[in-house]
Design a protein around this ligand. Structure first.
Ligand code: DON
Length: 303
């Protein structure tokens, strides 16, 4: 398979929609990004790497970080974690508060903001430094020591974070946070504000394509847990558009409002596409088109 050519074709397929959608501006520091940017990378389990466009340009990974917080919070905390957060699609926007009241402060899944706040709390209790644990994992898996939190984006999230603060306080009122609300939010913003490229994220997500094995061959997740994380990505990773994403792309995917979507081809490799324009669900328009093209052209899909 000529992956380099297929990535190139995927970029061309996305070109007509670049600039479509809206760049996230509810976090003002994110609004400065070039809406025409596009990058895509494929890292295979055989150790091959392919990239096109701005695949080496760092961007704000935002909710893609939630995938890594979940994976890092699972090995020791898995049993407790699934008592505190569900694994059903919410059918609501990623920042919705609506289900929390009737569902007793247990968020529907780990990828909506409410769920990721709880997972950040679990990881913070486990490690004492939730955002540092995510940063160090990304650095180790990608081999890029420059990956770090963008302090301007983190401060902007905090300053404009009334909704996340409401979610965290509401969850805490049900007793579903162990650490102080301010600490959990600080670490949540810090891991969302990590900057990494398509290349970095494709490499860092490799453990999910390798059934739980890290880049150095050590095991992060059991084979079952890797399967489970991929399943939750498929059903919840792109929020209330997860059905449409599964229909079009046919792979587990995790999006972020920075414009990235990281997709896993279990047993084969990982794909990351980035384009800042978002649809109304907060998923990148261009990245979804490019991923759709890739899976259609290659037949690489979980279906
Ligand atoms: O908390 C927030 O709203 C952002 N830090 C992350 C949201 C996000 O990336 C949703 N994904 N598409």
């Amino acid at each position: 398979m000529n992956y380099q050519q297929i990535l190139h074709d995927a970029m061309e397929a996305a070109r007509p929609v670049l600039g479509h959608g809206r760049v996230a501006d509810y976090i003002p520091a994110l609004a400065a990004v070039d809406p025409q940017a596009f990058g895509m990378a494929l890292a295979t389990n055989d150790g091959e790497f392919y990239g096109v466009g701005d695949h080496d340009t760092p961007f704000s990974i935002q909710s893609v970080s939630k995938l890594f917080t979940l994976a890092l919070a699972l090995p020791e905390g898995g049993v407790g974690l699934w008592k505190r957060v569900g694994r059903e699609p919410s059918g609501n926007p990623f920042n919705s508060l609506i289900q929390l009241e009737t569902e007793h402060g247990i968020p529907r899944n780990p990828f909506i903001n409410a769920g990721a706040i709880v997972v950040t709390d679990v990881l913070h209790s486990l490690t004492g430094d939730a955002s540092g644990a995510v940063r160090d994992f990304l650095r180790a898996e990608s081999g890029n020591p420059l990956i770090d939190t963008d302090p301007e984006v983190a401060a902007s999230e905090s300053e404009h974070g009334l909704r996340n603060a409401a979610l965290a306080n509401f969850i805490a009122s049900f007793g579903n946070l162990e650490n102080p609300v301010e600490t959990v939010l600080e670490h949540y913003y810090a891991h969302c504000a990590l900057r990494a490229s398509c290349r970095d994220l494709a490499l860092a997500g490799g453990f999910l394509a390798r059934h739980g094995l890290r880049a150095d061959g050590t095991r992060l997740l059991t084979r079952s847990d890797a399967k489970r994380v991929n399943a939750v990505m498929l059903t919840c990773g792109t929020y209330d558009a997860a059905g449409d994403f599964a229909y079009r792309v046919g792979l587990p995917g995790k999006s972020g409002v920075g414009g990235a979507i990281l997709a896993i081809i279990p047993g084969v490799g990982t794909l990351c596409a980035w384009s800042p324009g978002l649809d109304t669900a907060g998923n990148s328009v261009g990245a979804a088109v490019a991923l759709d093209h890739f899976t259609t052209a290659t037949g690489c899909s979980v279906f």
